[in-house]
Design a protein around this ligand. Structure first.
Ligand SMILES: Nc1nc2c(ncn2[C@@H]2O[C@H](COP(=O)(O)OP(=O)(O)OP(=O)(O)O)[C@@H](O)[C@H]2O)c(=O)[nH]1
Ligand SMILES: [Mg+2]
Length: 262
């Protein structure tokens, strides 16, 4: 597929030999994404995964968010994708918003227990939480959070076929977030992820969650390339807030995972 990063595995007796192969294939600036040593009986060998420099830089550029600092940021996506957990991680992780003061708004008044789930975290963390049931609630809710630098918006889980999407989209439109992050588990099939993205045309960014559930994070970079949205964060576990990481370095690293490379 056009958007994919070309990668190839090269094997040889030492690094000099395999690097020469990679340069012959991809040019002098070929990027070595991963190096491992192999033991074949008594002999040892080197294996690398390499890619054309241009492909890696294009991938990095596509995945890198613009440097603007958002003040209202929403998390959307399918049920159980990790929206609420990621919203809380982003609010509390020191590398996400640093010293900026954070507030929550939730639009998820549909699922039983959803408000309580976020309320518990908000209370423990001392982050104010507003609940918006209808578009008229939005302006007063944002006004009560006027002293916050960043407002994080949690939304109900909706798959591509949900019939009632119009209701909460009206709420989201009223909030007018600077960034809408599409939350997609790294475990989903690529065609499913693409359908989710096509159904959420508002999305400006993607968050890949549950990287810890994918062996070696194989295929994660390709899933991100298929979504074709910049990635501020990925998540790799249930611990709040520690299991949140910057997206791009992790995705570039995942390019070098051997699984899935022909
Ligand atoms: N292993 C793993 N589990 C995660 C990760 N992120 C979230 N989860 C778990 O996934 C489950 C669903 O997370 P939520 O944050 O409630 O998902 P949601 O998208 O808000 O779900 P709904 O609001 O019901 O649509 C919880 O058990 C989370 O702990 C992750 O990165 N790795
Ligand atoms: Mg939720």
């Amino acid at each position: 597929m056009r958007r994919d990063v070309t990668r190839r595995i090269f094997r040889g007796r030492d690094l000099v030999a395999v690097s020469a192969q990679a340069r012959a294939a991809f040019g002098d600036d070929a990027v070595v994404l991963r190096t491992s040593s192999l033991q074949v009986g008594a002999a040892s060998a080197i294996e690398i995964v390499a890619a054309p420099h241009r492909d890696v830089e294009r991938f990095r550029a596509r995945m890198t968010p613009k440097p603007e600092r958002p003040s209202v940021i929403a998390f959307v996506g399918p049920t159980g994708a990790g929206k609420t957990t990621t919203a809380v991680k982003a609010a509390l992780h020191p590398d996400a918003f640093g010293d900026r003061r954070v507030g929550f708004v939730t639009l998820d008044t549909y699922r039983a227990g959803a408000v309580a789930q976020l309320e518990t975290y908000a209370q423990v963390a001392g982050v104010p939480l507003e609940v918006a049931y209808e578009p008229a609630d939005v302006a007063p809710a944002l006004a009560r959070l006027a002293d916050r630098d960043v407002v994080i918006v949690d939304t109900p889980g909706r798959g591509p076929k949900a019939g009632d999407a119009a209701e909460w989209r009206a709420l989201l439109d009223a909030i007018a977030p600077d960034e809408v992050h599409l939350v997609v588990p790294a475990t989903v099939r690529r065609d499913v992820a693409e359908a989710v993205r096509d159904a959420m045309e508002h999305a400006t960014h993607a968050v890949l969650t549950k990287l810890d559930e994918v062996p070696e994070e194989s295929g994660v970079a390709d899933l991100a390339a298929a979504l074709d949205l910049p990635v501020r964060w990925v998540t790799d576990g249930q611990s709040i807030p520690t299991d949140l990481a910057a997206g791009v370095p992790r995705l570039v690293r995942a390019l070098g995972v051997r699984g899935g490379i022909e």
